[in-house]
Design a binder for this molecule. Structure first.
Ligand code: CP
Ligand code: NVA
Length: 309
């Protein structure tokens, strides 16, 4: 199986075997952190990282990943590129492809990333758009597999906003045979097209994807409870309205966790807003795996770079 030259935009076009290869490679890279034979896979290669939004984990984990694979990274703030003065995305893509071996981009508009990929002759990796966060989902799957030893047949309850993180988790989780239950307030359900594709994926993999407005029902006997912020980047003006609609029913707190399986793990992509989508006691409590989950961004990103570039 060869993933060289592929873009990573949504994970939708990755088969179960391809996702398994990415996760197994990440696990090996983690086990052999400074000893892997992939440690020189980016030697002589340069990766550009365009960020139109802030980032802690994604930026730092990608920079360290590129460094540990012996490559060079260039951080390209969108404000400093001619893009900010109206140079077309297509022209930017064609020019950057002549210099770089891969482009990582966090963008305010998913269609811009699609256009960049269409015009780029080197792999484009989506580092978050308002629609998808595929690199996060890979780290999430690796973490679940590490903690619970398998993916197939497990029940994951996503509680909160039907956002980018939720979409990528639905698509990749369903592909890997996870049962995905999504609970959101009415009006904040995941995108219908993504739900339809995830359901088709689930059917092919003997699993299911369900969307409900009842958080308590969703987490019943769940192996994994997952949440993300109620107010994503770019939504700050909706903050008061969203908090009023999400709280208290969609907060991951101790009484919600009690409804899940006793061995359940609690996940959050971070950054977290304590006592909004998750209580301080739960994120700091014994079910929480958020720090290992954050660490796994590094290992899955190394796998993505080593296999795609
Ligand atoms: N989870 C995640 O993508 O975090 P950053 O926004 O800090 O990159
Ligand atoms: N849904 C969040 C994820 C941050 C990593 C956002 O888009 O802001």
């Amino acid at each position: 199986m060869n993933l060289k030259g592929r873009h990573l935009l949504t994970l939708q076009d990755f088969s179960r075997e391809e996702l398994t290869l990415l996760l197994d490679t990440a696990a090996d890279l983690k086990r052999l952190r400074y000893r892997s034979e992939l440690g020189t896979s980016l030697l002589g290669k340069s990766v550009g990282m365009i960020f139109e939004r802030p980032s802690t984990r994604t930026r730092v984990s990608f920079e360290v990943a590129i460094n540990e694979l012996s490559g060079d990274s260039l951080f390209l703030s969108s404000q400093e590129l001619q893009l900010s003065r109206g140079e077309p995305i297509a022209d930017t893509a064609r020019v950057l492809s002549r210099y770089l071996h891969g482009i990582v981009i966090r963008a305010t508009n998913h269609e811009h990333v699609v256009e960049l990929a269409e015009q780029s002759t080197v792999p484009v990796i989506n580092a978050l758009t308002p629609m998808y966060h595929p690199c996060q989902a890979l780290a999430d799957l690796l973490t679940i597999k590490e903690k619970l030893h398998e993916l197939e047949g497990l029940k994951l309850a996503y509680v909160g906003d039907g956002n980018n993180v939720c979409h990528s988790l639905m698509l990749s989780g369903a592909t890997m045979g996870l049962e995905v239950m999504v609970a959101t307030p009415s009006g904040y359900e995941p995108n219908l097209k993504v739900t339809k594709i995830s359901r088709a994926r689930a059917e092919e993999n003997m699993s299911k994807v369900e969307v409900t407005n009842d958080a308590k029902a969703a987490v019943q006997d769940a192996d994994v409870i997952y949440t993300d912020v109620f107010v994503s980047m770019g939504q700050d003006k909706e903050r008061a309205k969203r908090l009023a609609e999400f709280l208290p029913d969609f907060q991951v707190n101790e009484s919600l966790v009690k409804l899940a399986a006793p061995h359940c793990i609690v996940m959050h992509c971070l950054p977290a807003h304590r006592d909004e989508e998750i209580t301080d006691r739960v994120i700091e409590g014994s079910h929480s795996v958020v720090w290992d989950q954050a660490e796994n961004r590094l290992h899955t990103e190394k796998a993505v770079l080593a296999l795609l570039l």
